[in-house]
Design a protein around this ligand. Structure first.
Ligand code: TPP
Length: 674
């Protein structure tokens, strides 16, 4: 093991950097868990960024034109917390002392908005990288969209620190390929090339030429051979900013656990406290006082606090510039304001299409019509599909394409990169100023699951369009037929999934989606045509907003049987209901496009839709029955698909798997004891 000897001439900057290092060392030691090694190695990079490169004003962490910083290697959270404390974002030493404790603002991995300055939640490796690409997309789009005579109103860089693990993950490869293709020149990745990961040296599993790979992705690549060489870091960052056509990656050779006599450059420094003896040895080695812990020399704090105001003047000037632009261009300013509030322009609801009974339309086609009707009212809604735009119906017809050299377009060709698409969409949503939407086949949500989950955890308002929602897609067969996907998304906290039953419900579902800014919303849509429900005969679709509503009712008083369905199966329920009603049964159909929204209603409404006394309940959904027991109760029945589908025309599949009105009718009769 080659241990770099500590500086003999300890400069003031070295003292600053050691402060960052030992805040991480002490916090991890005190918490008795965490990751000291990465902050110890990358402290010089953080120091250089926050004191000389990042555009920020610590007192105004929400300034829209700030540079974004993302710690993709979220396990190194103490590096970020240390900087947010030192530069004056509002984190305190006490917060650092409570690292990883219940209710603290310094959880194990950075959590979006737990503390000011945390731009996104990271920890699952690769996600921060994808988020950064999305933030760079949002920046580029807004830069091209809102300008005054002196240039773009949004004009900042997106920086991320990524580790070996980040670059090993597939999502970063997808995202890097996309970023290079799109020419996101203001994205700068600092790669912590420390040759060590959790289990040991990276040579055990990660040996390709990383920079050659990124060069092939059309990135600008640089190498800084020693993380402690601040001049080299500065030069590389300057060069990265000077490169405007390509995203930049700087491979910084750092030493995990820098300064620890026995753990530096080994995976022992990665993910556990150094231990009291080694903390002592490391402090002695780097010439740091053993006591007090969490030691911050006054002059160091003063220096960083001053650095935290470096951007204050720039921010004030930007505010004034915005105010002048506002006064000169009030109409554009109104668009700007709505963009940051994620609000469509007035009149959008009246512009949505309406559908008459007698027709039939695939709900994916209706969604495409809604997107295009909405588009003029939400000029900062941008997005697209993972190479399925023509199937998902996501193209905004009158808009340009977001492409290399022309970033004002609203249609994004994500390519077959579902995971990066979702991760970047999270980044766009968190950046603000844009409303991202993203689409693929429902079954391929499997390829984006980690990003969907994190979006829900962060409350990132992304609109998802997932088409080909069931065996109804037919011949492509079981590989393409979702079965368990509704259950998974419904089980994901803060994720809203709507499966509308016809054109009218699809419009209503989009209305709900546009009103929800607290997390991701997915519309789950059919490939096949569905008849438009006669709303003069049955209930209007406003009930979609409450998750479920009584669509059809026969007879007076409490129903004898309730048929509950979502999406295409609502039509089977209606047909069976008509037959039952014709035979004098007091039957009811509940359309339940969104179980989560329904369960969030007050008890009175829930009991009105599903009277507790009515035990004869039958759910019909061409998907796993998982979760429906909560709706139908112990005595109810469920018609679902608890197996994989098959390849055949859709009608044959519905018939073969029991999704017919006749079968629904028969099970309903059985429930009635016949
Ligand atoms: C998707 C994902 N898989 C696994 C982990 C667990 N994990 C945390 S850090 C890490 C690898 C650490 O290696 P590296 O990225 O080089 O970070 P360093 O050791 O340099 O701090 C792993 C496997 C994770 N956080 N995310």
């Amino acid at each position: 093991m080659s241990l770099q000897s500590p500086d003999t001439t300890k400069t003031f900057e070295r003292t600053c950097i050691d402060t960052i290092r030992f805040l991480a060392v002490d916090a991890v030691q005190q918490a008795d868990s965490g990751h000291p090694g990465m902050p110890m190695g990358m402290a010089p990079v953080a120091h250089a960024l926050w004191t000389r490169h990042l555009k920020y004003d610590a007192a105004h962490p929400e300034w829209p034109d700030r540079d974004r910083f993302i710690l993709s290697a979220g396990h190194g959270s103490m590096l970020l917390y240390g900087m947010l404390f030192l530069t004056g974002y509002g984190l305190t030493l006490d917060d650092l002392r409570h690292f990883r404790k219940l209710g603290s603002r310094t959880p194990g991995h950075p959590e979006y908005r737990d503390a000011p300055g945390i731009e996104t939640t990271t920890g699952p490796l690769g996600q921060g990288f994808g988020n950064a690409v999305g933030m760079a997309i949002a920046e580029a789009f807004l830069g091209a969209t809102f300008r005054d005579e002196s240039g773009p109103l949004i004009d900042h860089y997106t920086y991320t620190i990524a580790s070996d693990g980040d670059l090993m993950e597939g999502v970063s490869a997808e995202a890097a390929s996309l970023a290079g293709h799109l020419g996101l020149g203001k994205l700068i990745v600092l790669y912590d090339d420390n040759l060590v990961s959790l289990d040991g040296p990276t040579e055990m599993a990660f040996t390709e030429d990383r920079m050659a790979r990124f060069a092939a992705y059309r990135w600008h690549t640089q190498v800084v051979p020693d993380a402690n060489d601040l001049t080299a870091l500065d030069d590389a960052l300057d060069a990265a900013r000077a490169e405007t056509e390509r995203p930049s990656i700087i491979a910084v050779r750092s030493h995990i656990g820098y300064g620890s006599p026995h753990k530096q450059d080994t995976s022992k420094a990665h993910g556990s406290p150094l231990g009291l003896d080694e903390v002592k040895a490391t402090k002695e080695n780097l010439g740091w006082p053993l006591e007090p812990t969490f030691y911050v020399p006054d002059e160091v704090l003063a220096f960083y606090r001053k650095a935290g105001t470096r951007g204050a003047e720039t921010r004030r000037a930007w505010d004034e510039r915005l105010a002048a632009w506002r006064a000169a261009a009030p109409e554009k300013a109104a668009i700007w304001d709505r963009a940051w509030r994620r609000e469509p322009a007035p009149g959008w609801e009246a512009a949505l299409p309406t559908y008459e009974a007698g027709g039939a339309e695939a709900t994916r086609v209706v969604s495409g019509a809604v997107i295009n009707a909405l588009a003029p009212f939400v000029p900062t809604m941008i997005g697209g599909s993972a190479d399925l735009a023509s199937s998902n119906n996501t193209l905004i017809k009158d808009a340009e394409v977001f492409r290399r050299g022309s970033h004002g377009g609203r249609n994004i060709w994500f390519g077959v990169r579902e995971h990066a698409m979702a991760s970047a969409s999270n980044g766009m949503a968190l950046h603000g100023g844009v409303i991202p939407y993203a689409a693929t086949f429902f079954v391929f949500t499997d390829y984006q699951r980690p990003a969907l989950r994190l979006g829900a955890l962060m409350g990132a308002p992304v609109k998802y369009v997932f088409t080909h929602d069931s065996i109804g897609l037919g011949e492509d067969g079981p590989t393409h037929q979702p079965v368990e996907h509704l259950a998974i998304l419904r089980a994901t906290p803060n994720f809203t999934v709507l499966r509308p039953a016809d054109a009218t419900e699809t419009v209503a579902a989009w209305r709900v989606a546009m009103g929800m800014n607290g997390g991701p919303v997915a519309l789950v849509l059919t490939r096949q045509k569905l008849p438009t429900i006669d709303r003069t005969r049955y209930a209007p679709a406003e009930g979609v907003a409450r998750g479920a509503y009584v669509l059809a009712e026969a007879g007076e008083g409490e129903p004898q049987v309730i048929l509950i369905a979502s999406g295409s199966e609502v039509h089977l329920a209606l047909e069976a209901h008509e037959r039952l009603a014709g035979e004098g049964v007091r039957s009811r159909v509940v359309s339940m496009p969104c179980r989560t929204l329904f369960f969030a209603q007050d008890e009175a409404y829930r009991d009105e839709v599903l009277p507790p006394a009515v035990e004869a309940r039958l759910s019909i959904e061409a998907a796993a029955t998982f979760g429906w027991r909560d709706v139908v109760g112990d005595h109810g029945r469920m018609i679902g698909l608890d197996r994989f589908g098959a390849s055949a025309p859709a009608d044959d599949l519905f018939e073969a798997f029991g999704f017919t009105a006749g079968h629904v009718y028969r099970v309903a009769r059985e429930l009635l004891g016949e």
